[in-house]
Design a binder for this molecule. Structure first.
Ligand code: ZN
Length: 459
Protein backbone atom coordinates (compact mmCIF):
# COMPACT_ATOMS: atom_id res chain seq x y z
CA UNK A 1 0.00 0.00 0.00
CA UNK A 2 2.90 2.34 0.58
CA UNK A 3 3.37 2.25 -3.17
CA UNK A 4 -0.06 3.73 -3.76
CA UNK A 5 0.54 6.40 -1.14
CA UNK A 6 3.76 7.43 -2.82
CA UNK A 7 2.48 7.42 -6.37
CA UNK A 8 -0.64 9.46 -5.69
CA UNK A 9 -0.43 12.80 -7.44
CA UNK A 10 -0.10 15.90 -5.29
CA UNK A 11 -3.47 17.48 -4.73
CA UNK A 12 -3.71 20.90 -6.25
CA UNK A 13 -5.72 23.46 -4.34
CA UNK A 14 -7.69 23.92 -7.56
CA UNK A 15 -9.39 20.63 -6.77
CA UNK A 16 -10.93 22.16 -3.71
CA UNK A 17 -14.05 24.22 -3.62
CA UNK A 18 -13.54 25.44 -0.07
CA UNK A 19 -12.24 28.99 0.24
CA UNK A 20 -10.23 27.88 3.29
CA UNK A 21 -8.02 25.95 0.90
CA UNK A 22 -5.76 28.94 0.38
CA UNK A 23 -5.03 29.01 4.10
CA UNK A 24 -4.37 25.27 4.39
CA UNK A 25 -0.90 24.40 5.64
CA UNK A 26 1.44 23.52 2.79
CA UNK A 27 2.59 20.44 4.65
CA UNK A 28 0.47 17.95 6.53
CA UNK A 29 0.62 17.92 10.36
CA UNK A 30 2.58 14.88 11.53
CA UNK A 31 -0.14 12.46 12.61
CA UNK A 32 2.44 9.86 13.66
CA UNK A 33 4.21 12.16 16.14
CA UNK A 34 3.99 11.51 19.87
CA UNK A 35 2.26 14.27 21.83
CA UNK A 36 4.51 15.03 24.84
CA UNK A 37 1.46 15.38 27.09
CA UNK A 38 0.32 11.85 26.24
CA UNK A 39 3.78 10.36 26.79
CA UNK A 40 3.72 11.96 30.25
CA UNK A 41 0.26 10.60 31.06
CA UNK A 42 1.29 7.10 29.97
CA UNK A 43 4.45 7.22 32.09
CA UNK A 44 2.59 8.49 35.18
CA UNK A 45 0.15 5.54 35.35
CA UNK A 46 1.29 3.52 38.34
CA UNK A 47 0.92 -0.25 38.84
CA UNK A 48 1.61 0.27 42.57
CA UNK A 49 -1.33 2.67 42.98
CA UNK A 50 -3.55 0.34 40.93
CA UNK A 51 -2.61 -2.56 43.21
CA UNK A 52 -3.28 -0.52 46.35
CA UNK A 53 -6.71 0.50 44.99
CA UNK A 54 -7.66 -3.09 44.16
CA UNK A 55 -6.57 -4.39 47.59
CA UNK A 56 -8.61 -1.63 49.24
CA UNK A 57 -11.69 -2.55 47.14
CA UNK A 58 -11.26 -6.24 48.03
CA UNK A 59 -11.11 -5.16 51.70
CA UNK A 60 -14.81 -4.20 51.66
CA UNK A 61 -15.53 -7.97 51.88
CA UNK A 62 -18.31 -7.78 49.28
CA UNK A 63 -19.38 -5.11 46.83
CA UNK A 64 -22.54 -6.97 45.87
CA UNK A 65 -25.13 -4.48 44.60
CA UNK A 66 -27.61 -5.45 47.34
CA UNK A 67 -25.01 -5.65 50.13
CA UNK A 68 -24.88 -3.40 53.21
CA UNK A 69 -24.84 0.36 52.60
CA UNK A 70 -24.66 1.58 56.23
CA UNK A 71 -21.30 0.19 57.37
CA UNK A 72 -18.14 2.21 56.83
CA UNK A 73 -16.01 -0.90 56.36
CA UNK A 74 -18.12 -3.57 54.64
CA UNK A 75 -20.40 -3.58 51.59
CA UNK A 76 -21.12 -1.55 48.50
CA UNK A 77 -22.07 1.65 50.36
CA UNK A 78 -18.65 1.91 52.00
CA UNK A 79 -17.02 1.05 48.66
CA UNK A 80 -18.75 3.78 46.70
CA UNK A 81 -18.12 6.43 49.37
CA UNK A 82 -14.44 5.47 49.36
CA UNK A 83 -14.22 5.62 45.53
CA UNK A 84 -15.84 9.07 45.58
CA UNK A 85 -13.44 10.29 48.28
CA UNK A 86 -10.46 9.04 46.21
CA UNK A 87 -11.66 10.94 43.12
CA UNK A 88 -12.06 14.02 45.32
CA UNK A 89 -8.57 13.61 46.81
CA UNK A 90 -7.02 13.49 43.34
CA UNK A 91 -9.10 16.44 42.26
CA UNK A 92 -7.92 18.55 45.19
CA UNK A 93 -4.31 17.72 44.29
CA UNK A 94 -4.84 18.42 40.57
CA UNK A 95 -6.41 21.87 40.55
CA UNK A 96 -10.09 21.09 41.08
CA UNK A 97 -11.41 20.74 37.52
CA UNK A 98 -12.80 17.22 38.02
CA UNK A 99 -16.54 17.20 38.82
CA UNK A 100 -17.20 14.27 41.15
CA UNK A 101 -20.75 13.09 41.80
CA UNK A 102 -22.95 10.11 42.60
CA UNK A 103 -25.43 9.16 39.89
CA UNK A 104 -28.17 7.34 41.76
CA UNK A 105 -31.49 5.71 40.99
CA UNK A 106 -33.69 3.08 42.63
CA UNK A 107 -34.00 -0.12 40.62
CA UNK A 108 -37.33 -1.95 41.01
CA UNK A 109 -37.53 -5.69 41.62
CA UNK A 110 -36.31 -7.63 38.59
CA UNK A 111 -34.74 -11.00 37.80
CA UNK A 112 -31.55 -10.22 39.77
CA UNK A 113 -32.92 -7.54 42.16
CA UNK A 114 -35.09 -9.02 44.92
CA UNK A 115 -36.12 -5.72 46.59
CA UNK A 116 -36.05 -2.10 45.37
CA UNK A 117 -32.35 -1.17 45.53
CA UNK A 118 -30.49 2.09 45.16
CA UNK A 119 -27.97 1.76 42.32
CA UNK A 120 -25.18 4.32 42.54
CA UNK A 121 -22.54 5.11 39.91
CA UNK A 122 -19.55 7.25 40.89
CA UNK A 123 -18.88 9.69 38.07
CA UNK A 124 -15.90 12.03 37.66
CA UNK A 125 -16.18 14.42 34.73
CA UNK A 126 -13.22 16.34 33.31
CA UNK A 127 -14.78 19.14 31.24
CA UNK A 128 -13.26 19.94 27.86
CA UNK A 129 -11.54 23.31 27.62
CA UNK A 130 -12.29 24.12 23.97
CA UNK A 131 -15.80 25.60 23.59
CA UNK A 132 -16.24 24.01 20.13
CA UNK A 133 -15.45 20.56 21.59
CA UNK A 134 -16.60 20.62 25.23
CA UNK A 135 -19.97 19.01 24.43
CA UNK A 136 -18.22 16.06 22.75
CA UNK A 137 -17.85 13.40 25.44
CA UNK A 138 -15.77 10.24 25.84
CA UNK A 139 -16.68 7.80 28.60
CA UNK A 140 -14.44 5.20 30.24
CA UNK A 141 -15.89 2.79 32.80
CA UNK A 142 -15.32 -0.16 35.08
CA UNK A 143 -17.86 -1.80 37.40
CA UNK A 144 -17.16 -1.77 41.12
CA UNK A 145 -19.85 -4.27 42.16
CA UNK A 146 -18.82 -7.90 42.70
CA UNK A 147 -20.56 -11.28 42.90
CA UNK A 148 -20.33 -14.83 44.14
CA UNK A 149 -21.33 -18.17 42.58
CA UNK A 150 -24.91 -17.33 43.56
CA UNK A 151 -25.52 -13.94 41.95
CA UNK A 152 -28.10 -13.16 44.68
CA UNK A 153 -25.63 -13.83 47.56
CA UNK A 154 -25.34 -10.36 49.10
CA UNK A 155 -23.39 -11.34 52.24
CA UNK A 156 -20.63 -13.83 51.34
CA UNK A 157 -17.01 -12.84 50.69
CA UNK A 158 -16.90 -11.62 47.06
CA UNK A 159 -13.48 -10.05 46.49
CA UNK A 160 -13.96 -9.35 42.77
CA UNK A 161 -10.28 -8.45 42.44
CA UNK A 162 -10.24 -9.01 38.69
CA UNK A 163 -13.99 -8.74 37.96
CA UNK A 164 -14.01 -5.86 38.19
CA UNK A 165 -11.81 -4.11 40.75
CA UNK A 166 -9.22 -4.23 37.93
CA UNK A 167 -11.34 -2.06 35.60
CA UNK A 168 -12.44 0.18 38.50
CA UNK A 169 -8.84 0.78 39.61
CA UNK A 170 -7.75 1.49 36.02
CA UNK A 171 -10.47 4.13 35.66
CA UNK A 172 -9.60 5.72 39.03
CA UNK A 173 -5.92 5.81 38.08
CA UNK A 174 -6.69 7.41 34.71
CA UNK A 175 -8.84 10.07 36.37
CA UNK A 176 -6.10 10.82 38.88
CA UNK A 177 -3.38 11.16 36.25
CA UNK A 178 -5.36 12.77 33.42
CA UNK A 179 -7.18 15.43 35.47
CA UNK A 180 -3.86 17.29 35.75
CA UNK A 181 -4.03 17.93 32.00
CA UNK A 182 -6.30 19.81 29.63
CA UNK A 183 -8.26 18.31 26.75
CA UNK A 184 -10.46 19.95 24.11
CA UNK A 185 -13.32 17.48 24.60
CA UNK A 186 -14.87 16.18 27.85
CA UNK A 187 -13.84 12.89 29.47
CA UNK A 188 -16.13 11.04 31.90
CA UNK A 189 -14.43 8.56 34.27
CA UNK A 190 -17.14 6.34 35.61
CA UNK A 191 -17.28 3.45 38.07
CA UNK A 192 -20.69 1.80 37.87
CA UNK A 193 -22.74 -0.57 40.02
CA UNK A 194 -25.05 -3.50 39.26
CA UNK A 195 -23.20 -4.80 36.21
CA UNK A 196 -23.62 -8.29 37.63
CA UNK A 197 -27.34 -7.71 38.26
CA UNK A 198 -28.03 -6.84 34.60
CA UNK A 199 -25.90 -3.82 33.54
CA UNK A 200 -28.25 -1.58 35.53
CA UNK A 201 -25.85 1.23 36.50
CA UNK A 202 -24.43 1.63 33.02
CA UNK A 203 -27.88 1.43 31.43
CA UNK A 204 -29.18 4.19 33.71
CA UNK A 205 -26.34 6.56 32.80
CA UNK A 206 -26.55 5.73 29.07
CA UNK A 207 -30.32 6.29 29.06
CA UNK A 208 -29.92 9.69 30.77
CA UNK A 209 -27.29 10.60 28.15
CA UNK A 210 -29.63 9.57 25.34
CA UNK A 211 -32.56 11.53 26.80
CA UNK A 212 -30.39 14.64 27.23
CA UNK A 213 -29.21 14.15 23.64
CA UNK A 214 -25.60 14.11 24.84
CA UNK A 215 -22.91 13.72 22.20
CA UNK A 216 -21.17 10.57 23.47
CA UNK A 217 -18.51 10.19 20.76
CA UNK A 218 -17.07 7.00 22.23
CA UNK A 219 -17.25 4.72 25.27
CA UNK A 220 -14.97 1.95 26.58
CA UNK A 221 -15.68 -0.44 29.40
CA UNK A 222 -12.78 -2.17 31.16
CA UNK A 223 -14.05 -5.43 32.57
CA UNK A 224 -11.73 -8.30 33.63
CA UNK A 225 -8.42 -6.68 32.66
CA UNK A 226 -6.62 -8.03 35.73
CA UNK A 227 -4.73 -11.14 34.75
CA UNK A 228 -2.27 -12.11 32.07
CA UNK A 229 -2.55 -15.84 32.87
CA UNK A 230 -4.97 -18.35 31.36
CA UNK A 231 -6.37 -21.39 33.19
CA UNK A 232 -3.28 -23.47 32.32
CA UNK A 233 -0.98 -20.89 33.88
CA UNK A 234 0.36 -19.68 30.55
CA UNK A 235 1.17 -15.96 30.70
CA UNK A 236 0.62 -13.42 27.93
CA UNK A 237 1.13 -9.86 29.14
CA UNK A 238 1.68 -8.40 25.68
CA UNK A 239 -1.87 -7.92 24.46
CA UNK A 240 -5.40 -6.98 25.42
CA UNK A 241 -8.60 -7.91 23.62
CA UNK A 242 -10.78 -5.07 22.37
CA UNK A 243 -14.30 -6.17 21.45
CA UNK A 244 -15.91 -4.05 18.73
CA UNK A 245 -19.39 -4.52 17.35
CA UNK A 246 -20.16 -4.56 13.62
CA UNK A 247 -23.77 -4.20 12.52
CA UNK A 248 -25.88 -3.37 15.59
CA UNK A 249 -28.74 -5.61 16.63
CA UNK A 250 -31.93 -3.74 15.72
CA UNK A 251 -35.54 -4.86 15.59
CA UNK A 252 -36.16 -2.81 12.47
CA UNK A 253 -33.22 -1.93 10.25
CA UNK A 254 -32.47 1.81 10.34
CA UNK A 255 -31.62 3.74 7.14
CA UNK A 256 -28.04 4.17 8.37
CA UNK A 257 -27.58 0.42 8.79
CA UNK A 258 -29.30 -0.26 5.46
CA UNK A 259 -26.85 2.11 3.69
CA UNK A 260 -23.90 0.44 5.43
CA UNK A 261 -24.96 -3.01 4.28
CA UNK A 262 -25.83 -1.83 0.76
CA UNK A 263 -22.30 -0.47 0.33
CA UNK A 264 -20.47 -3.35 2.02
CA UNK A 265 -19.65 -1.24 5.07
CA UNK A 266 -20.31 -3.92 7.72
CA UNK A 267 -16.77 -3.45 9.05
CA UNK A 268 -17.00 0.37 9.09
CA UNK A 269 -19.55 0.94 11.85
CA UNK A 270 -18.81 3.70 14.36
CA UNK A 271 -17.57 1.15 16.91
CA UNK A 272 -15.17 -0.42 14.42
CA UNK A 273 -13.82 3.04 13.46
CA UNK A 274 -13.33 3.78 17.16
CA UNK A 275 -11.54 0.44 17.60
CA UNK A 276 -9.15 1.25 14.72
CA UNK A 277 -8.32 4.52 16.46
CA UNK A 278 -7.77 2.86 19.85
CA UNK A 279 -5.53 0.20 18.31
CA UNK A 280 -3.43 2.71 16.39
CA UNK A 281 -2.99 5.12 19.30
CA UNK A 282 -2.71 2.47 22.02
CA UNK A 283 0.05 0.66 20.16
CA UNK A 284 1.79 3.95 19.33
CA UNK A 285 2.08 5.00 22.97
CA UNK A 286 2.49 1.62 24.72
CA UNK A 287 5.47 -0.01 23.05
CA UNK A 288 5.52 -3.78 22.58
CA UNK A 289 1.86 -4.14 23.52
CA UNK A 290 -0.83 -5.25 21.09
CA UNK A 291 -4.47 -4.21 20.98
CA UNK A 292 -6.17 -7.30 19.49
CA UNK A 293 -9.44 -6.15 17.99
CA UNK A 294 -12.09 -8.84 18.15
CA UNK A 295 -14.85 -8.21 15.65
CA UNK A 296 -17.74 -9.01 18.00
CA UNK A 297 -19.75 -6.92 20.44
CA UNK A 298 -18.46 -9.03 23.37
CA UNK A 299 -17.28 -12.54 24.13
CA UNK A 300 -19.55 -15.19 22.57
CA UNK A 301 -23.10 -14.45 23.77
CA UNK A 302 -21.78 -12.66 26.87
CA UNK A 303 -22.17 -9.02 27.79
CA UNK A 304 -20.91 -5.92 29.55
CA UNK A 305 -21.44 -2.25 30.32
CA UNK A 306 -20.71 -1.07 26.76
CA UNK A 307 -23.92 -2.76 25.56
CA UNK A 308 -26.39 -0.19 26.94
CA UNK A 309 -24.39 2.42 25.00
CA UNK A 310 -24.40 0.34 21.79
CA UNK A 311 -28.14 -0.17 22.16
CA UNK A 312 -28.62 3.61 22.22
CA UNK A 313 -26.64 4.19 19.04
CA UNK A 314 -23.28 5.15 20.55
CA UNK A 315 -19.86 3.76 19.58
CA UNK A 316 -18.72 1.53 22.45
CA UNK A 317 -15.98 -1.05 23.07
CA UNK A 318 -14.94 -3.57 25.70
CA UNK A 319 -11.40 -4.23 26.96
CA UNK A 320 -10.75 -7.71 28.44
CA UNK A 321 -7.60 -9.70 29.25
CA UNK A 322 -6.33 -12.20 26.59
CA UNK A 323 -7.64 -15.40 28.22
CA UNK A 324 -9.95 -15.51 31.22
CA UNK A 325 -9.33 -18.03 33.99
CA UNK A 326 -12.82 -19.06 35.06
CA UNK A 327 -11.52 -20.48 38.36
CA UNK A 328 -11.00 -16.86 39.38
CA UNK A 329 -14.30 -15.17 38.55
CA UNK A 330 -17.95 -15.43 39.69
CA UNK A 331 -17.11 -18.14 42.27
CA UNK A 332 -17.09 -18.47 46.05
CA UNK A 333 -13.58 -18.41 47.48
CA UNK A 334 -12.64 -21.99 48.46
CA UNK A 335 -10.07 -24.75 47.97
CA UNK A 336 -10.95 -27.80 45.89
CA UNK A 337 -8.47 -30.69 45.40
CA UNK A 338 -5.67 -28.38 46.49
CA UNK A 339 -6.70 -25.68 43.97
CA UNK A 340 -7.71 -22.23 45.20
CA UNK A 341 -10.88 -20.97 43.54
CA UNK A 342 -12.07 -17.36 43.69
CA UNK A 343 -11.40 -13.84 42.40
CA UNK A 344 -8.51 -12.98 44.75
CA UNK A 345 -5.95 -10.19 44.37
CA UNK A 346 -2.97 -12.59 44.19
CA UNK A 347 -4.16 -13.77 40.76
CA UNK A 348 -3.91 -10.27 39.28
CA UNK A 349 -0.88 -8.99 37.36
CA UNK A 350 -0.58 -5.34 38.36
CA UNK A 351 1.94 -4.29 35.75
CA UNK A 352 -0.38 -5.85 33.14
CA UNK A 353 -3.37 -3.81 34.41
CA UNK A 354 -1.21 -0.68 34.20
CA UNK A 355 -0.45 -1.45 30.54
CA UNK A 356 -4.14 -1.76 29.73
CA UNK A 357 -4.82 1.49 31.62
CA UNK A 358 -2.07 3.17 29.54
CA UNK A 359 -3.70 2.00 26.29
CA UNK A 360 -7.03 3.42 27.50
CA UNK A 361 -5.44 6.70 28.56
CA UNK A 362 -3.54 7.16 25.30
CA UNK A 363 -6.68 6.49 23.26
CA UNK A 364 -8.86 8.77 25.41
CA UNK A 365 -6.28 11.55 25.34
CA UNK A 366 -5.88 11.46 21.55
CA UNK A 367 -9.65 11.38 21.09
CA UNK A 368 -10.19 14.31 23.44
CA UNK A 369 -7.37 16.36 21.89
CA UNK A 370 -8.40 15.66 18.27
CA UNK A 371 -11.22 17.32 16.37
CA UNK A 372 -14.54 15.52 15.99
CA UNK A 373 -14.85 12.94 13.23
CA UNK A 374 -16.08 14.72 10.07
CA UNK A 375 -19.85 14.79 9.65
CA UNK A 376 -21.97 14.10 6.55
CA UNK A 377 -19.17 12.36 4.70
CA UNK A 378 -20.54 11.18 1.35
CA UNK A 379 -19.34 9.40 -1.78
CA UNK A 380 -20.44 10.93 -5.06
CA UNK A 381 -22.36 8.43 -7.17
CA UNK A 382 -24.16 10.58 -9.78
CA UNK A 383 -21.58 9.70 -12.39
CA UNK A 384 -19.98 6.27 -12.89
CA UNK A 385 -16.20 6.65 -12.54
CA UNK A 386 -13.20 4.67 -11.37
CA UNK A 387 -11.98 7.48 -9.10
CA UNK A 388 -13.55 8.07 -5.69
CA UNK A 389 -15.03 11.51 -5.03
CA UNK A 390 -15.74 12.34 -1.41
CA UNK A 391 -17.50 15.35 0.11
CA UNK A 392 -18.07 16.28 3.76
CA UNK A 393 -19.18 19.03 6.09
CA UNK A 394 -16.55 21.43 7.48
CA UNK A 395 -15.56 21.01 11.16
CA UNK A 396 -15.85 23.98 13.51
CA UNK A 397 -12.80 23.59 15.81
CA UNK A 398 -10.51 26.66 15.76
CA UNK A 399 -7.34 24.51 15.76
CA UNK A 400 -8.40 22.40 12.79
CA UNK A 401 -5.62 21.98 10.20
CA UNK A 402 -7.58 19.98 7.64
CA UNK A 403 -8.51 16.49 6.54
CA UNK A 404 -6.93 13.18 5.73
CA UNK A 405 -8.53 10.57 3.49
CA UNK A 406 -7.68 6.98 4.48
CA UNK A 407 -8.36 3.72 2.65
CA UNK A 408 -7.83 -0.02 2.73
CA UNK A 409 -8.55 -3.03 0.54
CA UNK A 410 -11.94 -4.62 1.20
CA UNK A 411 -10.43 -7.63 2.99
CA UNK A 412 -8.07 -5.57 5.20
CA UNK A 413 -8.89 -4.75 8.82
CA UNK A 414 -6.79 -1.58 9.21
CA UNK A 415 -6.12 1.49 7.08
CA UNK A 416 -3.38 0.90 4.52
CA UNK A 417 -3.10 4.19 2.66
CA UNK A 418 -3.74 7.86 3.38
CA UNK A 419 -3.66 11.25 1.72
CA UNK A 420 -3.53 14.66 3.38
CA UNK A 421 -5.92 16.86 1.40
CA UNK A 422 -5.72 20.15 3.34
CA UNK A 423 -8.54 22.26 4.73
CA UNK A 424 -11.11 21.43 2.07
CA UNK A 425 -14.51 19.75 2.03
CA UNK A 426 -14.04 17.47 -0.93
CA UNK A 427 -11.39 15.27 -2.48
CA UNK A 428 -10.99 12.93 -5.41
CA UNK A 429 -8.81 9.84 -4.88
CA UNK A 430 -7.63 7.96 -7.99
CA UNK A 431 -8.65 4.59 -6.56
CA UNK A 432 -11.94 2.84 -7.20
CA UNK A 433 -14.63 2.85 -4.49
CA UNK A 434 -15.53 -0.58 -5.87
CA UNK A 435 -12.19 -1.98 -4.64
CA UNK A 436 -11.37 0.05 -1.51
CA UNK A 437 -13.04 1.26 1.64
CA UNK A 438 -12.51 4.95 2.38
CA UNK A 439 -12.75 7.13 5.45
CA UNK A 440 -12.19 10.81 6.22
CA UNK A 441 -10.39 12.04 9.35
CA UNK A 442 -10.20 15.59 10.74
CA UNK A 443 -6.71 16.63 11.90
CA UNK A 444 -5.67 19.51 14.18
CA UNK A 445 -2.52 21.62 13.94
CA UNK A 446 -0.65 19.39 16.42
CA UNK A 447 -1.36 16.32 14.28
CA UNK A 448 -4.17 14.85 16.41
CA UNK A 449 -6.41 12.91 14.01
CA UNK A 450 -10.03 11.93 14.65
CA UNK A 451 -11.40 8.45 14.04
CA UNK A 452 -12.42 8.06 10.40
CA UNK A 453 -15.97 8.55 9.13
CA UNK A 454 -17.36 6.11 6.55
CA UNK A 455 -18.91 7.79 3.50
CA UNK A 456 -22.57 7.18 2.80
CA UNK A 457 -23.65 7.27 -0.84
CA UNK A 458 -24.57 10.73 -2.17
CA UNK A 459 -27.46 10.16 -4.53
ZN1 ZN B 1 -17.45 -7.96 35.06
Amino acid sequence: MALITKTLPAFACALAVNAACAAAPATAPNVAAHQPQIDKIVSEISPQRIEATIRRLVGFHTRHTMSDTESDTVGIGAARRWIKSEFEKCNAANGGRLQVAFDSHVAPVSRRISRPTEIVNVVATLPGTQPASADRIYVVSGHYDSRNTDVMDEKGYAPGANDDASGTAAVMEMACVMSKYKFDATIVFMTVAAEEQGLLGSAHWAEQAKQKNMNIAGMFTNDIIGSSRDEHGKADDRQVRLFAEGIPVEKDMSDAVRSLILTGGENDTISRQLARHVKEQGERYVKGFKVSVIQRRDRYLRGGDHMPFLERGYAALRFTEPAEDFNHQHQNVRTENGVTIGDLPEYNDYSYIAKVARVNAAALATLALAPASPQKVQMRTAQLENDSSLVWQANSEPDLAGYRVVWRETTAADWQGSKWVGNVTEAKIPLSKDNYFFGVQAVDKDGNASPATYPMPLK
